[in-house]
Ligand binder design. Sequence first.
Ligand SMILES: NC(=O)c1ccc[n+]([C@@H]2O[C@H](COP(=O)([O-])OP(=O)(O)OC[C@H]3O[C@@H](n4cnc5c(N)ncnc54)[C@H](OP(=O)(O)O)[C@@H]3O)[C@@H](O)[C@H]2O)c1
Length: 311
Amino acid sequence: MKNIFVLGGTGFVGSYVCEQLVRAGWQVTVPTRRRVNAQAIQHLPGLTVLELDVYDEAALTHAMEGHGAVVNLVAILHGDPAAFAKAHVQLTEKVARACLTNGVSQLVHVSALGADPARMTTAPSYYLRSKSAAEAVLAQVASASPALRVSVLRPSVIFGVGDQFMNIFAKLQAIFPFIPLAGADARFQPVWVSDVAQAIVRVLALPPGGSVHTWELVGPEVMRLRDLVQMAGALSGAGAGKGRPIFGLPMWVARIQAFFMELAPGAPLMSRDNLDSMLVDNVATAGIPGLAQLGITAAAIEPVARSYLSR
Ligand SMILES: NC(=O)c1ccc[n+]([C@@H]2O[C@H](COP(=O)([O-])OP(=O)(O)OC[C@H]3O[C@@H](n4cnc5c(N)ncnc54)[C@H](OP(=O)(O)O)[C@@H]3O)[C@@H](O)[C@H]2O)c1
């Protein structure tokens, strides 16, 4: 029996990953901070939900016992530097040590496009610097542990049913007559959540060992944020099917807008750190393998987004 431990399995990407792992014959364990967060996946056959403080290394190591593979999808999008360090770097260290203690042979770490161990101090945002630092931790662990295969997957922005991306843009255009948009000309290469989940299943089938194996997961089209927002509006029928007018904000105005969004209760729609992340294009790097090398034909965004935004 193939046992796999999926941190972050309750999230947007995690729920697709769990579904595909179950379909591929894996016995899945998902730790969660709160059992109620696992409602969308707990029905999956052979899946066990475990309430756990994933930062408690002893408990994490114990919970991971008997699992041959681990996927780490835990991440935050907003927070102060300490929160990013805790969720991205310290947790990655704890997960890697727990893998070594338990003789895990496959660790799949989901990072983000734009992360790079060489940029852990120079990437433009806390998000990308901490994602980069986590990759640096894994590079060190992998070089010292030949029996553990470490796969780092760097997706661009991810779309699909339940995303917090095209769905949010569509909702905003259902409410507002026009959209003042920060980072309007930032470029992305959106990737379908099912392709990301499939990529995880496929890297798990590769032979263990070696150094870190890095993959960049992107869709077939490079698009500006304004074009994606326009697409979300048009597909959801806003503005008589054309989408609402979009006004790109200059950076200084965008930062003020983000500052006020950060003050609102709950997760902000946009933070100053998110703006900083958009200072670098979110597109694939030449020479790094991706979906095609895993035998996956990346889905284009328009037909998939149409299927859920037009409902
Ligand atoms: N979505 C995208 O467009 C996108 C783009 C590029 C990269 N990624 C990467 O893909 C991975 C999955 O993203 P996602 O969109 O599925 O994220 P998500 O929906 O926010 O899920 C993240 C998971 O992490 C856990 N989590 C959240 N905050 C945590 C914290 N402070 N401490 C410990 N655990 C915490 C949550 O599990 P519990 O609540 O059950 O504990 C949650 O299920 C992440 O590494 C992300 O950086 C995503």
